[in-house]
Write a protein that binds this ligand. Sequence first.
Ligand code: SER
Length: 607
Amino acid sequence: MEAHIIRKKFLEYFGAHGHAIVPSSSLIPDDPSVLLTTAGMQQFKKYYTGEADPYTTIHPLLRAPLGHPNAVSVQKSFRTSDIDEVGDETHLTFFQMLGNFSFGGYFKKEAIAMAHEFMTKTLGLEISYVTIFRGNDQVPKDEESRMLWNAHGVTDIREEGVEDVFWGPTGTSGPCGPTTEIYCKNGRGNDVEIWNIVFNEFFFPGSREELLSGASGKKLERMQTPGVDTGMGLERLSMIAQKTGTIFETDLFAPFIELLPVELSDRQKCIIIDHVRAAAFLLADGVRPSNKGAGYILRRLIRRASVYEHLNNIPVHVFDAILHDIVHEYGEFYSELLCENEAIRTEFLAERKKFGNTMTQGIKAFSAIALARENGAHGESLSGEEAFNLYQSFGFPREVMRDLCRDNSIAFDDAGFEEAVKHHQEISRAGQEKKFGGHGLLLDTGELKAADERELAIVTRLHTATHLLHAALRKVLGLDVRQDGSDITVERTRFDFTFPRKMTPEEIAEVERLVNGAIAGDFQVTKKDMAYEDALRSGALHFFKEKYPAEVHVYTIADPKSGEVFSKEFCGGPHVAHTGEIGAFRIAKEESSSAGVRRIRGVVSGS
Ligand code: SER
């Protein structure tokens, strides 16, 4: 059965069972604590937590049989965590996730019944075995799922722990819960995890790492709207349905693999096709190669594919042909590929070209190292410093160095490389602190993020604007408004504050008017070092979530003519000296952040 038929059958099946068919969201998520979309549930996170109402937001016309809204989607997903596994039977960076979702509607019984029917009846596949959660100190064993699977005639039911069958949360907090997974045999007779059915019963107020380590002391909370979140890679399912040995032999990849010269190893072919496909999708969603965040992930994909292209002397038109075919094959389902066709190809080629010169030199440098190893010099592995040099001087991402080492039977010293990166970051950070007058400013303070001096100038203006915004919100909405979080990047300031409802357009306009008034008055910004207790007594605003040292800085913004204080806050800085430097301020967005907390995104001219 072809992949596009499987996709259609999935949407049809759940559509017929009361699910609204929802388009894939972008690979760039709304949630700023997550770099890329890794799962289908991310666009629905707010429906589980109760921040948004799925009735009004998903699809006003469709209702599930029980009167609850449900959704089904094929979500574009990306997992960097799997990048080193690409080339085996089942792993990819970019994949398409089939998923059905219930928000306070159906639960275990219906979810398992539908999954079973879809796999065994609609697709006619055999389930090899399923897993259930074995329980831990906070959550009991999932006996209900065992019973339900048994009732469907599935008898091989295996118990697993929290690492494998307890999903989530994504980002810094979110829905999570025990899961039951379906395994099927691929064309080689190997069992492959196909479908992850999550019972989102809990909310965890921390990251998955915190959940697994237990060290934070944070506890699972019962969620307002428990529901179901399932995820099944279309690529893996196609492998099962088409009885192939790997995902790359399915019709989702085979036509592109054929465009590559036969001499390449299977692993190289898979990596190239996976990376080029993933890059095309990232570019279509507006990601551009850079040294940070999602842009750096994209850069790594293009560079790794380019190294293999270079090492194997692949004719230059081949990548072009692959990109062309990917855009047109997938464009049927993802129109953004067609719309961005031109940009995808230009950006891909530009990055490849940019990397071209340094890549050739880097490969020469690596060959010299490899040769020295053959002659028995310098121990066996590529040392952390050597790897850092290839990374720093020639722009080689880690996985490229790993590949090169692997192909030359040299060990790669992961820990050594990480140590070298850390060591050099510390040196450069110390340099930056010195350069900026020892403000304690870091390139990433958690609150402020700037990569260079140009960005630093912008985030500094946004930072002072944030103090003005905080003060203006209190003047307009009342003194119950308190800061709940803040994050400033070169594009915008994001300010969270306690307030129980949406702001009216008039209130937003009034806040903007006050901030711009303070800017037009060119108020003076002064800094004073004070003992913590004295600063508290002075009435300076402080952020209650923060732990302050004994000595703090207090920044005051006041009208030099009247002497009237507009804002006074504890803060590490840096700030502009006069508010006139900020330029025009605008509130770009006001929205809910979590219960009782609103979020404003503000911009200044040039940000
Ligand atoms: N969120 C779960 C996963 O990504 C199921 O969709 O596996």
